[in-house]
Design a protein around this ligand. Sequence first.
Ligand SMILES: NC(=O)C1=CN([C@@H]2O[C@H](COP(=O)(O)OP(=O)(O)OC[C@H]3O[C@@H](n4cnc5c(N)ncnc54)[C@H](O)[C@@H]3O)[C@@H](O)[C@H]2O)C=CC1
Ligand SMILES: O=C(O)C1=N[C@H](C(=O)O)C[C@H](O)C1
Length: 269
Amino acid sequence: MTEKEPIRVVVAGPRGRMGSETIRMIAQSSNLTLVAAVDHGHDGERIEDLLGINGLSARIYADIDACFSQEQPDVLIDFTHPEVGKRNLQKAIDYGVRPVIGTSGFSNEEVENYRNQMDEKKLGGIIAPNFAIGAVLVMKFSQMAAKYFPDAEIIELHHDKKKDAPSGTAIKTAELMTKTRQSKKQGAPDEKETLAGARGADFDGMRIHSVRLPGLIAHQEVLFGGKGELLTLRHDSMDRTSFMTGVHYATNTVMNLDTLVYGLENILD
Ligand SMILES: NC(=O)C1=CN([C@@H]2O[C@H](COP(=O)(O)OP(=O)(O)OC[C@H]3O[C@@H](n4cnc5c(N)ncnc54)[C@H](O)[C@@H]3O)[C@@H](O)[C@H]2O)C=CC1
Ligand SMILES: O=C(O)C1=N[C@H](C(=O)O)C[C@H](O)C1
C-alpha cells in the first residue's frame, strides 16, 4: 500500500496570533507539511528563525506570486486582515491553490463572486468565520432557536487587539438566524438612544453588541427573550488551540471539494 503524500500548505500571516498557532498545529500534524509562509516582510527568512519553532526550514515569501509559482502548494491557510485575505484568496484561485480562509470581513456578495470563479475551475475551498466546533454549534442552535424566539440580541466579546467589529462570527450567526427568524424591529417602538450606540448595531431589527477587553480571547452569547423566559447560548474560546481542530479538518476536506464552502457547519458530518 502506498503512503498518501502530505498536503502541501502555505500559511499567510505567520507572525499573527492565529497564523503562528496554525504553524504549530501543522508542525505536529502527520499529514500536513508547511512548504512556506507569506508575510509582508521578512522575505527569505526561515520560519523556524522567525517563530523559534525547531525543524521548520520552510521560507517566508513577501511576494505571494513567487511563493505559489515556486512552491506549488495544495492549500493556502489565511489568517491576516480583511483586505489582505481577499487579495490572497484571489491569488489562490488564480494559481489553483485551495483556500482555507479564517480571516474575517467577507460579505455574501464577495463569497458568491469567489464561489463562481472556483466553480468554473472546480476548485475546493472554505471561508469559515469561526473554526471552533463549539462556536459553530452555537450558530446552529441559534438558527434553531430564532424560529421560536424572534427577539434576540448577540453579544460578542473579544481581546482588545481585534480590528473588526462586529466579529465575523456574530455576523454569520445573525445571517443564519434570519433563515428562521421572522424579521422584526426589536425594543420599544419609540425607544431613543440618549448616548449614540447604546443599543448596538442593527441587523434586521436585531441588535449586535461588541465588547473589547484585555484578558478576553473570543466569546459569544446569544440571548433569546420570550414571555416569562430567557434562553442564553454561550461559547468561550479560552485558547487559540480551540480553532485548530477545525482548521486541520477543513484543510483535509478542501482536498475533496470542488466548490467554495462558507462556514465550517457545511462540511461537518
Ligand atoms: N475563523 C476563525 O476561527 C478565526 C478567525 N480569526 C480572524 O483571523 C484574522 C487574524 O486574526 P489574528 O491572528 O488575531 O490577527 P493578528 O493581527 O495577530 O495577525 C494578522 C497577521 O497578518 C499579518 N499580515 C498583515 N498583512 C499581511 C500581508 N500582506 N501578508 C501576510 N501577512 C500579513 C500581520 O503581520 C499579522 O501578523 C482576523 O480577521 C480574525 O478575525 C481569528 C481567530 C479565529
Ligand atoms: O479576531 C478574533 O480573535 C476572532 N475572529 C473571528 C471573528 O471575527 O469572528 C473568530 C473568532 O471570534 C476570533
